[in-house]
Design a protein around this ligand. Structure first.
Ligand code: CTP
Ligand code: MG
Length: 407
């Protein structure tokens, strides 16, 4: 019996340019997907499987996207990738070997966000037991037919499998093989083990763990992932802040995460952003986790003049920790002044950015109260919000409590 638990690192390759997806906009690995980026889905699955030593290989031009994707996580600095996937993997392996060589390494494509913690755990168990490479694979179920100009032939599919990532390997062996076969083109890492005749074990892959390749794959992935979140919750939130004259201390009116030029500002301990506060409360309601004041006490000096984006981001991270995803945000801002209409899309964009949601999942409305009540008398602003969140029906995946592997 080994006297130390096996050490495992994960490399997520995310340095591709996504040519088939369509270059120009947000790269495919950073596209928003049900409340977080495509890349973040994989990172969260590894974390939930108890893998802590996670290295992401990126294209340096994508750094701002990467940083936004991993906000709030303590990850090692990203590794700069190469021109091909193979080069990116090698760079990842070389970098890790200079830090601390783990016993094993999992190599995963960022473009496959639908992996599950359960699958990662199964791969790790089998790899440690066999001290060998393990890859997830699914038998091909469709009839396979070779079709080209001269051929129309049904192929036997009995022993054909579609191979996925993550693929798991003894670290030192994989690094040796990558170094030795730099010039032989391969499309996955197991191909190197295959070339030299080393044993490769397989486990059942996960249905839906396909690689996002073309732009239309994103909608299919969204459907695949959302089917895992059948517990649909709604939450509502309401907030009011009083107007006060704008002073010369630099504070300005914040509504929905953006600054709005106005001669009055809202009074409050934080930046008094009624819209973000209402949304934060609505999100907390979906996981029955109290209200904003319980999480950020108005008596706590840390939150004096705080940017309310922090509160909203915190509520979103609690939902992520509960295994949930944010489906939709609706907020109504109630005031006679300032006019919200001209700022509506900027507010939508800012809320979408904070929550890592597509713009089309954030609705912002505004209304006056026809001169009635405190908003009608221009004494303050109010906001109310309704949000929809999806949680898995089963308990969130339990974090590895007993040490199965170090990372
Ligand atoms: N990858 C990488 N470095 C490269 C090329 C690819 O790290 N030079 C990564 C991708 O980011 C992706 C995975 O390898 O997570 C699988 O590659 P693929 O799906 O082919 O992505 P792209 O190469 O980005 O897409 P395309 O081939 O359409 O350009
Ligand atoms: Mg590619």
């Amino acid at each position: 019996m080994d006297d130390h638990p096996a050490t495992i690192a994960a490399i997520i390759v995310a340095a591709g340019s996504g040519a088939r997806f369509g270059e120009g906009g947000t790269p495919k690995q950073y596209q928003p997907l049900l409340g977080k980026s495509v890349l973040r889905w994989s990172i969260d699955a590894f974390l939930a499987a108890g893998i802590r030593n996670i290295h992401v290989v990126i294209n340096p031009e994508h750094l701002p996207y990467f940083e936004q994707s991993v906000a709030g996580l303590k990850l090692p600095p990203p590794i700069i990738g190469g021109d091909t996937r193979q080069q990116s993997v090698l760079r990842g392996l070389e970098t890790i070997s200079h830090i601390a060589k783990p016993d094993y390494v999992l190599i995963h494509d960022a473009a496959r966000p639908a992996i599950t913690p359960d699958m990662i755990e199964r791969i790790c168990h089998d790899m440690i037991a066999a001290k060998a490479a393990v890859i997830p694979a699914l038998p091909v179920v469709d009839t396979l037919r070779r079709i080209d100009a001269d051929t129309f032939k049904t192929e036997r599919r009995d022993s054909l499998f579609a191979v996925q990532t993550p693929q798991a390997f003894p670290f030192a062996k994989l690094l040796d093989l990558h170094r030795a076969h730099k010039n032989d083109k391969v499309t996955d890492d197991a191909a190197l083990f295959e070339m030299v005749g080393l044993k490769i074990h397989t486990i059942d892959g996960v249905r839906g763990n396909f690689k996002i390749t073309h732009a239309q794959d994103l909608a299919e992935m969204e459907a695949t992932l959302s089917s895992r979140y059948a517990d649909i919750r709604t939450g509502q939130g309401y907030d009011v802040h009083k107007f006060m004259p704008r002073g010369d201390d630099g504070r300005c009116l914040m509504v929905g995460g953006i600054e709005i030029a106005h001669d009055k500002i809202l009074e409050g301990h934080s930046d008094a952003d009624v819209a973000l506060h209402a949304i934060t409360d609505a999100l907390l309601a979906t996981i029955c986790d109290g209200d904003i004041g319980m999480h950020f006490s108005p008596k706590d000096a840390r939150w004096k003049n705080a940017d309310s984006a922090k509160f909203l981001d915190h509520a979103a991270s609690l939902i992520r920790n509960a295994g949930g995803i944010i489906n939709h945000i609706d907020v109504t801002i109630i005031c006679e002044e300032p006019k919200i209409g001209p700022h509506r899309d900027a507010i939508r964009a800012r809320i979408a950015e904070i929550l890592c949601l597509p713009f089309t999942r954030v609705s912002v409305k505004a209304t006056t109260t026809e001169g009635l009540g405190f908003t009608g008398r221009r004494e303050g602003m109010a906001a109310q919000s309704i949000v929809t969140v999806r949680l898995p029906f089963q308990q969130p995946h339990a974090l590895a409590k007993d040490i199965k592997w170090a990372s």
